[in-house]
Design a protein around this ligand. Structure first.
Ligand SMILES: Nc1ncnc2c1ncn2[C@@H]1O[C@H](COP(=O)(O)OP(=O)(O)OP(=O)(O)O)[C@@H](O)[C@H]1O
Ligand SMILES: [Mg+2]
Length: 270
């Protein structure tokens, strides 16, 4: 590769992490993570509970002052957590636009952007509602709208669908796919759900013992169907890497009802 083309590749990177370490007391949770991914790339991060996924996400978000190593991320970053974290005393619209005016967007234009984004996540008509009147799925869609209204170059999702019921989760998957296709932020999705990772991501990582122990490209043709042999093979590979015995965990991929309904492997990975 010529010098020029390597420079071009470097410019296209959204995230570059080198030898990222994080220690809490005696415990080294992240033990030298190296990871690069490009603009618009959708990366899923799997790992057992307590393996350090959220710690790594917080490091990329710039929320953790105690991290060692080199991290390069875009300036415009947004995070969505498992709980929507909406301010209870502000309307849904105010929650979404909060912080936009501090970024040089006038109040009126911020409100217009916020309304448009709420419409995109299917929450038009809820602008003036109080957060506590929203269902779990609606609140999480408001949190997504709040994240996306800032046009992030990097969207960090920490188990954003973990607390939702199966049907709402399927709808959220479709919404996230649609929004990703439209706005093309680089995404890091932390999840416990192997099928969710394979359905949504371009690439799946597994975090084990403080390092990335597996980094695979999702090579399953679209629309991704759980019945596709490539899907099944990748699921098995990921479950094995996570140390989950599919038969012992009662994981029966062939018994699921409809295509594209994710099987929640969450219980198996706790
Ligand atoms: N501020 C902190 N102080 C001390 N220990 C911490 C702190 N934050 C995280 N840890 C520890 O680091 C480890 C990794 O935590 P982390 O939240 O990153 O795991 P996780 O992979 O996101 O788990 P889960 O899937 O359950 O969300 C855990 O053992 C946790 O107790
Ligand atoms: Mg976590």
């Amino acid at each position: 590769m010529s010098a020029t083309s390597s420079a071009a590749v470097a410019v296209e990177l959204a995230v570059s992490a080198r030898q990222v370490r994080r220690t809490f007391g005696e415990r080294e949770v992240l033990r030298g993570i190296d990871l690069q991914f490009g603009r618009g790339e959708f990366v899923a991060l799997l790992g057992r509970s307590g393996s350090g996924k959220s710690t790594f996400l917080r490091a990329l978000a710039g929320l953790d002052g105690g991290v060692e190593g080199e991290i390069r991320v875009p300036k415009r970053r947004s995070v969505v957590f498992q709980d929507p974290r909406l301010l209870p005393w502000a309307s849904v619209l105010d929650n979404v636009v909060l912080g936009l005016s501090g970024r040089g967007v006038s109040g009126r234009s911020a409100n217009d952007k916020g309304r448009a984004m709420l419409a995109e996540v299917g929450l038009d008509g809820h602008e003036q509602d109080w957060p506590k009147t929203l269902s779990g799925g609606e609140a999480q869609r408001a949190a997504l709208a709040r994240a996306l209204v800032r046009s992030p170059q990097l969207l960090l999702l920490d188990e954003p669908f973990g607390a939702l019921d199966a049907l709402t989760r399927v709808r959220m998957h479709a919404l996230v796919q649609q929004l990703h296709a439209r706005y093309r932020p680089a995404v890091l999705l932390v999840t416990h759900d192997v099928d969710e990772a394979v359905l949504l991501a371009d690439r799946v990582l597994v975090l084990t013992d403080g390092v990335i122990s597996l980094d695979v490209t999702v090579d399953v043709s679209s629309p991704r169907l759980r019945s596709d042999p490539a899907f099944i093979a990748l699921r098995s590979q990921l479950l094995a890497e996570l140390g989950v015995d599919e038969s012992a965990e009662g994981h029966h991929p062939s018994t699921t009802t409809t295509e594209n309904t994710p099987i929640t492997t969450t219980g198996a990975l706790q």
